[in-house]
Design a protein around this ligand. Structure first.
Ligand code: NAD
Length: 229
């Protein structure tokens, strides 16, 4: 069975109503990332950070997978499939994908701010200030903030050279170390890039650029790959 690795970014969830943050104004839902998505912001103003992620979580819980998420789940019929996503939403899982690696965490979990191994699946969208883990420390969103380590990157780096086909969907490739993963694909492996604004990709690989929205292009690409297999 061939191995296919799909790298996804905020763009794949745009048509599910979840905004990306580099498209229009460089802001994320009207906020500077320094004010809401860094450890410094959390120290300075935990109420604002918590409110920001509570709002994002509310939107994620209300959103539905779109045809691109649903199509990617079908790849598992014929391929050893791994999705490596920068997204913190759970739309790949809700679309039926079994192997999903979240580089930047998962917003539907809260986490102890003392012991990062203590995770709690959330039923409501809100983490309150004063809400604590079993060790008595404040709960925070289970996301990777800018400037924090990316614990899953080592596993992702280990998987990349095993791919026979790579697909990149909806990422500006502006956030490292995620953006560097493409360089770990074997140089003979085809790399499909789906994005209405194709990011600059400098690789020796055959690059197939599909300048189109994910919900249109991904189902067609998946059908083609399944037919040829
Ligand atoms: P980005 O916002 O930097 O870039 C989004 C990319 O998606 C752009 O290249 C844009 O042209 C493309 N795009 C827009 N609409 C599209 C569509 N309909 N189909 C296909 N592509 C489309 O996103 P990034 O590179 O993922 O970096 C953003 C960071 O912010 C990530 O680290 C992520 O953790 C976080 N983030 C996550 C979410 C989410 O979980 N849904 C949303 C916003 C931001």
């Amino acid at each position: 069975m061939k191995k296919i690795i799909i790298l996804t970014g905020a763009g794949i969830s745009a048509e599910s109503g979840l905004n990306t943050f580099r498209d229009a104004d460089g802001l994320w839902e009207g906020y500077n990332i320094e004010d809401v998505a860094t450890p410094e912001a959390w120290k300075r103003n935990p109420e604002l950070v918590q409110q920001f992620y509570n709002d994002r979580r509310k939107s994620v819980m209300a959103a539905q997978p779109n045809p691109a998420h649903l199509a990617l789940a079908k790849l598992e019929q014929k391929f050893d499939t791994l999705i490596i996503t920068q997204n913190i939403d759970d739309l790949h899982e809700r679309a039926g994908s079994k192997a999903v690696m979240h580089l930047h965490g998962e917003i539907i979990y809260s986490r102890s701010s003392r012991n990062p191994a203590l995770l709690y699946r959330m039923n409501s969208h809100e983490i309150k200030i004063g809400e604590t883990c079993e060790l008595g420390s404040q709960l925070r969103p289970h996301v990777v903030w800018f400037g924090e380590a990316v614990p899953m990157i080592t596993k992702a780096m280990y998987e990349m050279p095993k791919a026979d086909i790579v697909i990149l969907v909806g990422s500006s490739l502006a956030v490292y170390p995620a953006a560097g993963l493409l360089e770990l694909a074997r140089p003979d492996v085809p790399v499909y890039v789906v994005d209405p604004k194709i990011p600059s990709v400098n690789l020796p690989n055959p690059i197939i650029k599909i300048q189109e929205k994910a919900s249109v292009a991904v189902p067609l690409l998946v059908d083609k790959l399944l037919e040829n297999e």
